[in-house]
Ligand binder design. Structure first.
Ligand code: ZN
Length: 501
């Protein structure tokens, strides 16, 4: 490696160290910090974020970047060196548009908003959270202005999570998905053979749920030497380099799916980060390609693996052993149908695969309305309920099960939700390719063997970190950019079978 590139890496290492430290504090905030720590923690995180931003946008960084750019000019454009410098340039240019004071204020506000959201959710009363959310949306409008001109006010937000993607692209994909998914759900409800999921809605001891989840996560390939699991209100994954990637989960004592599939989901996220090339640690390439690609990994392990028949051929006997009273006399086929029940339900993270994207589309439309200023925050709960009825045919009984269910807005993460739906598409697109490359994939999964699958993902997706932008990565791996067809085909086949359509 050349001297100039080494200097650029050194400077970026400092930024990432500070960011990771803030990340550890945020992880702590959502897991172990006592409530009294909220004010102090907000200041600590704000200070670290401002520091990281100041280091990132410093003149010294700009000079190092230019020097590195000329140093790697003659190298292969697909080399790690060139890609590292290119990603550093992108991060630097974006950060330069945003004042450090804004960064500190945003992080302080969102750190303070988090416990308020938790309380509002506990009380099932949006009124508590209205003020903080108004301030957050206001800050987000300021943020977007730093990136003017843009095609759509939502574009700069989306670009932070899904590099290169435009609001218009998402709208086009969602338009294609929506009619198909609504039609499928209607068919299932109108003429599908009903599925009874009472077997997963019994009392399940929490410690046993925890132990079984850990057993599954280990079997899939989550490395507990480089990660851990804890409890939180909202499950999440948080990584501080490839050597320390943490997941959280939550439990419902009367619903098996919550922790079981939540754990597989987060383990999927975490295995992605654990699989990034270690050489990329403390560099701009040491992160996921995008959040849609990130989500493709979690959804793949949760659904394409975890909710498949093959997976339960391997794991159902063990689950029956752990919960003998509840499942001892339930056959595999009934269990498989139960975990795949399609329902017009209220909670996104527990939604089945057929309805899931509808939960996302309604959030996407509401976020756009908030950012365009056509929706007052005070009216958000009503707008939420109206859209919910339009998209899913049910109205939430209270705000906790409605507009307050997700953590994202309290963290200022507007522009994030669409990546979940896109992640489902990416997962199926990759899966089609994996099935070609590993012809006996199902048989292996049915034996509880995941090395080849994980190995394929490591080789084709994980190790690259953010060396490739998402569409480029997909094109390299599958031969085409993002397409909805494999996903729609998968849904049709799977649920056509389960519901005898
Ligand atoms: Zn996820």
């Amino acid at each position: 490696m050349g001297k100039k590139l080494e200097e650029l890496r050194r400077l970026f290492g400092v930024v990432i160290d500070i960011d990771s430290s803030a990340g550890v504090l945020e992880w702590d905030q959502q897991t172990y910090m006592p409530p009294g720590g909220a004010q102090g923690r907000a200041m600590q995180i704000a200070t670290l974020s401002r520091l990281a931003h100041e280091h990132l946008v410093a003149e010294e960084m700009g000079a190092a970047l230019e020097a590195a750019e000329s140093e790697v000019k003659a190298l292969d454009p697909n080399s790690d060196e060139v890609r590292l410098v290119r990603k550093a340039r992108r991060d630097f240019d974006k950060a330069r548009k945003v004042p450090s004071e804004w960064v500190a204020e945003f992080r302080r506000m969102t750190a303070l908003a988090h416990p308020v959201w938790e309380k509002a959710r506990e009380k099932a009363d949006f009124a508590y959270f209205q003020g903080p959310l108004e301030q957050i949306v206001e800050l987000r409008r300021d943020y977007v202005d730093f990136f003017a001109p843009y095609d759509h006010v939502y574009d700069p937000l989306l670009d932070d999570f899904e590099p290169g993607m435009k609001t218009a692209d998402v709208k086009a994909v969602f338009d294609e998905l929506r009619s198909e998914q609504v039609a499928l759900v209607r068919e299932i409800v109108d003429r599908g053979t009903p599925v009874d999921d009472s077997v997963v809605r019994q009392k399940f001891d929490e410690q046993r749920q925890w132990d079984f989840g850990v057993e599954v996560a280990k079997a899939l390939g989550f490395d507990f030497q480089r990660g851990r699991q804890d409890r939180s209100v909202h499950p999440f994954t948080s990584g501080f380099g490839t050597g320390d990637v943490r997941i959280t989960t939550r439990f419902d004592p009367t619903f098996l799916n919550t922790a079981l599939f939540g754990t597989m989901h987060e383990a999927g996220h975490a295995m992605y980060e654990q699989g990034i090339n270690r050489e990329f640690d403390r560099t701009p390439l040491g992160t996921a390609s995008s959040l849609a690609v990130h989500e493709s990994q979690s959804r793949m392990w949760e659904n394409l693996v975890g909710r498949s028949q093959a997976f339960w051929v391997a794991f159902y006997p063990r689950l029956q052993e752990v919960f003998a009273d509840q499942l001892g006399s339930v056959n595999l086929d009934d269990f498989y149908r139960a975990i795949n029940k399609v329902e017009r339900s209220l909670i996104r993270v527990e939604a089945d695969e057929a309805t899931y994207n509808l939960h996302i589309m309604l959030r996407f439309e509401l976020e756009i309305a908030m950012m365009e200023g056509t929706l007052d925050i005070a009216d958000l709960p009503d707008a939420w309920n109206a859209k919910f009825e339009e998209f899913l045919g049910v109205v939430p009984p209270d705000d906790a099960q409605g507009v307050l269910q997700d953590i994202h807005w309290s963290g200022g993460m507007l522009g994030y939700f669409p990546t979940y739906a896109l992640g489902n598409l990416v997962a199926c697109q990759l899966w089609a390719k994996i099935a070609e490359d590993i012809p006996d994939l199902d048989r292996r999964i049915a034996k509880g063997e995941f090395e080849d699958l994980l190995g394929w993902l490591r080789e084709n997706v994980h190790r690259h970190g953010s060396k490739f932008e998402p569409v480029e990565l997909l094109t390299v791996v599958t031969g085409t950019g993002l397409t909805a067809q494999p996903y729609l085909r998968y849904l049709r086949e799977k649920f056509g079978d389960i519901y005898n359509l």
